[in-house]
Design a protein around this ligand. Structure first.
Ligand code: ATP
Length: 211
């Protein structure tokens, strides 16, 4: 296999320690050549982000800058409009060619709503799908998603041997952070106790975000 690329989609409003630590562990354990965070422009299935795309992108870049093997893919922000993962993965697959391994990573809360995503089955046409457990969130997919993913299930450690079409779960070290709670604490002026990378916290203070 020539290249194994991982893509970790999210709103990152803002990026927090849970995102960063999960990405690091995944990149190291599964052996991706690169794992890119993919901030969405307008999430298709949730409310509009509090911060602009430019701020969310800048914070994601600051968070991964010191970490080798991690990057940020800004294509959904450049494209504008609603962010459909199916379109994004089709585009990335077109760039990578047929042989490279491409894996889309999502948390269990995102997986539980996968049946509401536009053309969700086509994610598997272009990529593998990896679901990481999230602290306190049960894995409870819709029946149609379960029926589709179970025959594709394999060991997460083997996932990058496949270019696309495979499915796996992985349990990582749990991280309690959520962007909702980060925003709430910032608005309330409560301490964040290490929940954000320092550079992200500095950026938020400098630009007076979430207050
Ligand atoms: P919000 O609280 O606004 O919903 P979030 O913290 O879930 O935000 P997102 O940008 O929506 O952040 O998350 C992107 C992806 O990262 C999702 O698939 C989500 O499940 C996953 N994720 C976020 N935080 C964690 C965490 N602490 N542990 C594991 N997965 C996480």
């Amino acid at each position: 296999m020539s290249l194994a690329l991982g893509i970790f989609g999210g709103t990152f409003d803002p990026i927090h320690r849970g995102h960063v630590e999960c990405a690091r562990e995944l990149q190291q354990r599964l052996g991706f050549n690169r794992l890119d965070l993919l901030p969405c422009h307008l999430p298709a299935h949730r409310s509009t982000p509090s911060s602009t795309s430019e701020h969310r992108l800048a914070m994601a870049q600051l968070a991964v800058e010191p970490l080798s093997g991690l990057g940020v893919d800004d294509r959904e922000l450049r494209r504008g409009g609603p962010s459909y993962t199916a379109d994004t993965l089709a585009e990335v697959r077109g760039e990578l060619g047929d042989q490279a391994s491409l894996t889309f990573v999502m948390g269990s809360d995102a997986y539980n709503s996968l049946h509401q995503w536009v053309r969700w089955q086509s994610l598997f046409e272009f990529a593998n799908v990896l679901v990481m457990g999230r602290d306190g969130v049960a894995v409870e997919p819709d029946a149609a998603v379960m029926a589709y993913t179970e025959p594709r299930r394999m060991d997460a450690a083997e996932l990058i041997s496949k270019p696309s079409g495979a499915f796996a779960h992985i349990t990582l070290q749990p991280w309690p952070q959520s962007a909702t709670e980060v925003r709430r604490r910032l608005e309330a002026g409560e301490p964040l106790s290490g929940w954000l990378p320092e550079a992200v916290l500095d950026y938020i203070s400098k630009h007076r975000l979430y207050c």
